[in-house]
Design a protein around this ligand. Structure first.
Ligand code: NI
Length: 183
């Protein structure tokens, strides 16, 4: 296990489209997942995409902390989820604004519109299919992480860059929940 270096905004690996994972159970993928989990916990973060550790593959990990859930049936805590070759489908037209941070854009937070409710599909670390409906922070973190696989960082999704701020200032002026995670 190893803590990996996190690529920051401006590195080309964060701009490109990542490649599908051919075999989710391959030893090198297993090792990558172990290292990504250790890196995410160390950061600490709520999510991490393989391109953020300089690996251009369609693989993300995330967690939904209990303190971030809103309590709906589709918004439950998730301890740790591996999602490989994901596909996202928006359910309905509703979008919702929420504060996001990103380990590749350290120190900043931005208010980002996301689909309120999604269906996502993919494979887990054993190659087993995942097919789930998500709302709340769960839906947000999945959309944020999967954007990394298409070379998109959250500021590119923002409608108002006046809502891009240093986390230290937000904390100071109590504009947002100071505990919001980077992903
Ligand atoms: Ni991110």
């Amino acid at each position: 296990m190893a803590i990996l270096k996190i690529a920051r905004m401006g590195h080309p690996v964060l701009r490109r489209r990542a490649e599908p994972v051919a075999d989710p159970t391959a030893p090198e993928i297993r090792r990558l997942i172990e290292d990504m989990v250790e890196t995410m916990i160390d950061a600490p973060g709520a999510g991490l995409a393989a391109p953020q550790v300089h690996v251009p593959l369609r693989l993300v990990i995330f967690r939904v902390p209990a303190e971030r859930i809103t309590g709906g049936a589709e918004d439950r805590p998730v301890d740790l989820q591996v999602l490989i070759n994901p596909e996202i489908e928006a359910l309905g037209a509703e979008t919702t604004e929420g504060w996001e941070g990103c380990l590749s854009v350290p120190g900043l937070r931005g208010s980002v519109p996301r689909h309120a409710r999604i269906r996502y599909r993919g494979l887990d670390q054993n190659g087993e299919p995942i097919d789930r409906i998500a709302a709340g922070f769960h839906a947000r973190v999945v959309q944020h992480e999967c954007d990394h696989l298409d070379g998109v960082l959250y500021p590119q999704r923002m409608k108002d860059l006046g809502q891009l701020m240093f986390e230290s200032e937000l904390r100071h002026y109590q504009v947002m929940d100071a505990e919001a995670e980077e992903t």
